[in-house]
Design a binder for this molecule. Structure first.
Ligand code: AMP
Ligand code: ZN
Length: 437
């Protein structure tokens, strides 16, 4: 049940002491990097280090722009000689320079250990057949999980992303028991199973690790239902290694964030002040166990809230709630703030709605317009127009209640929207292009 019982169930007081020790050695180390050297000196880091974890608030934040800046990119954050590095990964960001993270041998060992901890928590064991359906390469979901699964002792299949028919034949040929998959792709793959006339529930699958993109609990339940397995939410970002940052335990009430390796803060993204207990804010993380490229108070842009009460599973590390989106995902329409996940939440509450949707933003006569294109489920895609119109109206009404503006809703044929092999693209912003949806 535990990969490292001592660390995972460490009493809070001891865990916080460990954090303070590791934070101070991280700061000392970071102060040796070209980027942090001028920023950490004179910022209240007393000789001998911080005396309490709260004192971290006196240090500057680090942002994605810092990683991309001329001072940061590519080697400005290194605290070791370049010959100590054995791997680099970079984030999937589509705009501007990618952010690159370098790892020493020890960093790879630490990271694999964190991933092994997550997989063990979900019930993965030696003897499992683990099919990793995430992109291998610069993206961390491939190699990150791969190393962790091997450490647990699972027979690891480096399937990579896409190629649905091949994925299914691998599952059949090797009796895959565990998959690591992007949730939107898991739903998409269901159509290929249907085309092949194969019931995914007849295979040997028992666990799915779902990660890399925000998804609602209803999407998780759909994946569980389609495949007949238990799905676990896996959170990470390349700047913090990748997967292995936070993961659900069997209680599935939030994701334990490994506090021996990351120091957690939650801030108001507008004021940068700490968020009051229980409220949603931006997650800020400091690496506590990274050697080659420590990051201090890194603003993840991910929105969540914290649960500090003890968990029934016995682990003492705090939990974060399912991520609801990113600060930069927010759409502003007619002065109203909207997150794509709000639309998903409403759509997925309708059993008639299938597994893919797209939010299209346009400008018509200088007015922003939001159109939700939602695929119907195959069994509901029939010719009864009045029933479809009635359904469409109900969806418009529910969406209006959730996002406070009236969207257009188009119900479309199953499998008609474009799909991505990687993270799902949920928003098509055509404002400024002068064309309709
Ligand atoms: P990358 O650095 O390219 O791996 O992207 C990391 C980002 O993916 C995170 O900052 C989140 O925005 C998103 N992400 C990863 N895992 C999850 C998850 N389980 N739930 C929601 N968002 C996630
Ligand atoms: Zn737990």
């Amino acid at each position: 049940m535990y990969w490292n019982r001592e660390i995972e169930t460490m009493p809070r007081r001891e865990l916080e002491k460990l954090q303070l020790d590791r934070l101070n050695s991280t700061l000392e180390r970071a102060a040796g990097s070209p980027f942090y050297a001028p920023r950490l000196t004179g910022k209240g880091v007393a000789p001998g280090g911080l005396r309490s974890l709260e004192e971290i608030a006196s240090l500057p934040f680090t942002t994605k722009d810092d990683l991309r800046s001329d001072e940061g990119h590519p080697y400005g954050f290194l605290t070791v000689a370049r010959k100590e590095l054995i791997r680099l990964h970079s984030s999937s960001g589509t705009t501007g320079r990618p952010t690159t993270i370098f790892h020493t041998r020890r960093d790879i060992v630490t990271w694999s250990g964190l991933v092994a901890r997550c997989l063990t928590m979900a019930g993965v064991r030696a003897g499992d057949v683990f099919q990793n359906m995430m992109g291998y390469g610069l993206f961390t979901g491939g190699l990150g999980l791969h190393y962790g699964a091997e450490l647990v002792g699972a027979l690891t299949i480096p399937a990579g992303a896409g190629n649905s028919r091949k994925q299914i034949s691998l599952m059949k040929d090797f009796s895959t028991t565990v998959v690591h998959i992007i949730p939107s792709y898991a739903l998409r793959l269901a159509s290929t199973f249907e085309e092949l006339g194969c019931d995914p529930r007849s295979l040997s699958l028992r666990i799915a690790v779902l990660g890399a993109e925000p998804h609602t609990d209803s999407i998780r339940r759909r994946v569980e239902e389609i495949y007949g397995l238990r799905a676990f939410n896996s959170y990470g970002l390349s700047e913090m290694n990748g997967p292995g940052v936070a993961f659900e335990c069997p209680e599935q009430e939030g994701l334990h964030l490994w506090e021996d390796s990351y120091f957690v803060e939650l801030i108001d993204p507008a004021t940068l002040e700490p968020m009051p207990e229980g409220e949603e804010g931006e997650l800020v993380l400091t690496t506590l166990a990274r050697e080659g490229m420590p990051l201090i108070r890194y603003r993840t842009k991910d929105l969540t809230s914290l649960r500090r009460e003890p968990c029934r599973c016995g682990r003492t590390h705090l939990r974060i709630e399912r991520i609801t989106g990113r600060t930069d995902d927010m759409l502003i329409l007619k002065g109203v703030n909207i997150y794509p996940i709000q639309v998903e939440r409403v759509l997925m509450s309708f059993e008639e709605i299938g597994n893919n949707y797209l939010i299209v933003l346009t400008t018509e006569n200088h007015i922003d317009q939001l159109t939700v294109m939602a695929e119907l489920r195959r069994d509901f895609f029939r010719g009864d127009l009045s029933a479809l119109e009635e359904l469409r109206r109900r969806i418009v009404g529910e969406l209006r209640g959730e996002i406070l503006i009236t969207p257009r809703v188009e119900l479309i044929e199953p499998d008609s929207l474009p799909v991505s092999e990687g993270k799902a693209v949920r928003v098509d912003d055509r404002r400024g292009e002068g064309k309709g949806p």
